[in-house]
Design a protein around this ligand. Structure first.
Ligand code: ATP
Length: 527
């Protein structure tokens, strides 16, 4: 037990499980080797009358560093009859004596208590402030600044939408409120003074290129990572993650990027997490969730036999098991086919009622279809608004689709005539390469509409309205029977925002084929 707790403590300071196993093994082997060498040198050099005393000093000192030393001493004793039985001129009659197995047992017991207490403290997410210890950086912030709640002083996301988000921050006592939180890994500032708030029943998408810091931000909100210098605040349903972490975490349900599920059946997994989170009336809750997420057919299957999509649903069910007020979803639909995605979105719409839903996603389509608000980040928050607001501010194109009356059998001449009309009418228009069968899709930037004289066509209305009138006026002459005019896609908004901030994507060259990348979006934008 002591060794397990010891390994757990080491794992807190390394980056992966493999590194934890390697570091634990290495540390213990090194310490036991040192102890062994120390024993040998003591045997060679200590005066005969002092030998046992010296060996005891060595043991009681080194055993403080690692439990393996106690185990090693007990093993050495067990194979040495003399040291087991003889105590100077007398005979040892009790193996539990402190100089026999009692010493190692006492040390191991104390280590279990100390290490488990440390782990409980660590896992509770409390900072050293509970003991009145405050970090230098924290002390340097004036109490007045923390107490005043002056958004301008605290949320210095300069050009950004912190001010716009004040309404949310002020009103989101029951929701999620993230204030001025940062996280660095060495020199890499993964999350840089993030501030935003989400109200109950609101669905918020966190968007950003690879390496933008989305997962790091989720880990900060979960309390898995501590923010830099203990600064910043996260309130989850009005509970402070920094000051009342257990209460705050009880309000959270998390669906991580990688399915954290065990080799049991689907129902057993849910039952395990329900017990772990102390859910009352577990059977009823599990049955409800299984029905709601349409998992009944799979409930007795081993999870390793489930499809990727069903595993994602199980992860979502685990996140929902304690009926949390705030739901964090890290790329919830990754690995799902389009039909499964749509089914999941509809489920998410249902389960989001009355609670905060914060999701990270690489799919603009998903953010567009599901979320009310979105934040585009790359370390810092670059843009934050409702999806429509972002489209209005950063989507500088309008998309059109014209259908000829003979489509899909329109002649090449008719199609080319349509194409020529588009190019004459909207000189800067980006026309899709594949225009055949009498259908043509193109995008017109708002800037080029004025140049094309569209603004002057009838003078009034918004861009889509003006285009609508231009096409209505000419559609009969062109033989157009059907057409649609749509706003900028979130893809385009996203690209405009990251290009404006000159954001580079992490590991762009190494991206997997088919993965969502800035390059992929740029290519699609050009086509
Ligand atoms: N434990 C860690 N140690 C060191 N650096 C880290 C650690 N976790 C993340 N990073 C770094 O922090 C930055 C943000 O990573 P993060 O995983 O949060 O990005 P992301 O937006 O979630 O990316 P993706 O979309 O690819 O999942 C990256 O540069 C990453 O290399």
């Amino acid at each position: 037990m002591a060794a397990t707790a010891y390994s757990y403590v080491i794992s807190l300071f390394v980056r992966s499980q493999l590194a934890a196993v390697a570091a634990t093994a290495l540390v213990q082997v090194l310490i036991v080797a040192l102890f062994f060498v120390g024993c040998m040198l003591t045997n060679l050099n200590a005066p005969a009358t002092q030998l046992y005393a010296w060996l005891n000093y060595l043991y009681y000192t080194m055993a403080l560093i690692a439990p393996i030393v106690s185990l090693f001493r007990a093993l050495m004793m067990s194979v040495n009859l003399y040291s087991l039985v003889c105590r100077g001129a007398t005979r040892a009659d009790y193996p539990g004596q402190i100089s026999i197995y009692g010493g190692p047992i006492l040390y191991l017991t104390l280590q279990i208590v100390v290490l488990v207490a440390f782990l409980m403290f660590w896992e509770s997410g409390r900072s050293l402030e509970v003991f009145g210890i405050r970090s230098k950086a924290r002390r340097s912030r004036t109490e007045a600044e923390l107490e005043k709640g002056d958004a301008a002083a605290r949320y210095n996301n300069a050009e950004l939408e912190a001010a716009e988000d004040d309404r949310h921050l002020a009103a989101s006592n029951d929701g999620l409120r993230v204030s001025n939180i940062s996280k660095s890994f060495g020199r890499n500032k993964a999350v840089d003074e993030m501030t935003f708030g989400i109200l109950p029943s609101e669905k918020f998408a966190l968007l950003g290129p690879n390496g933008a810091g989305k997962s790091t931000l989720i880990s900060l909100i979960r309390g898995d990572l501590q923010p830099d210098h203990g600064q910043g605040e996260v309130f989850i349903a009005n509970e402070s993650l920094m000051h009342t972490p257990v209460a705050a975490k009880n309000q959270l349900g998390v669906c991580p990027q990688f399915d954290a599920i065990d080799a049991m059946t689907l129902r057993e997994n849910l039952s395990f997490y329900a017990r772990a989170r102390g859910v009352p009336d577990q059977n009823h809750n599990i049955t409800e969730l299984i029905a709601r997420l349409d998992l009944a057919l799979h409930q007795h299957k081993l999870v390793k036999k489930l499809s990727g999509g069903t595993k994602r649903k199980l992860s979502l069910a685990i996140a929902l098991i304690s009926n949390p007020n705030v739901l964090l979803l890290d790329e919830p639909s990754s690995g799902m086919d389009p039909a499964a995605k749509r089914a999941l979105w509809s489920t998410l719409r249902d389960v989001a009622v009355g609670r905060v839903l914060l999701m990270t996603t690489h799919s603009m389509e998903e953010a567009d279809a599901l979320c009310d608000r979105a934040g585009i980040m790359a370390g810092k928050m670059l843009a934050l608004d409702s999806v429509e607001g972002l489209r209005g501010r950063f989507g500088d194109k309008v998309y059109l689709h014209l259908v000829h009356k003979d489509a899909p059998y329109a002649s090449n001449e008719d199609t080319m005539a349509l194409r020529r009309w588009v190019q004459d009418k909207f000189p800067g228009a980006e026309v899709e390469r594949q225009t055949f069968g009498g259908q043509i899709r193109f995008a017109v930037s708002r800037g080029s509409m004025g140049a094309a004289g569209v603004v002057g066509a009838r003078g009034q209305g918004n861009d889509a309205g003006r285009l609508f009138r231009v096409i209505e006026d000419e559609k009969d002459a062109l033989g157009v029977v059907d057409y649609s005019i749509g706003p900028a896609t979130l893809d385009q908004v996203f690209l405009n925002v990251v290009e404006r901030h000159n954001v580079l994507e992490e590991n762009a060259e190494a991206a997997k084929p088919g993965a969502w990348t800035l390059q992929g979006l740029r290519r699609r934008k050009r086509e």
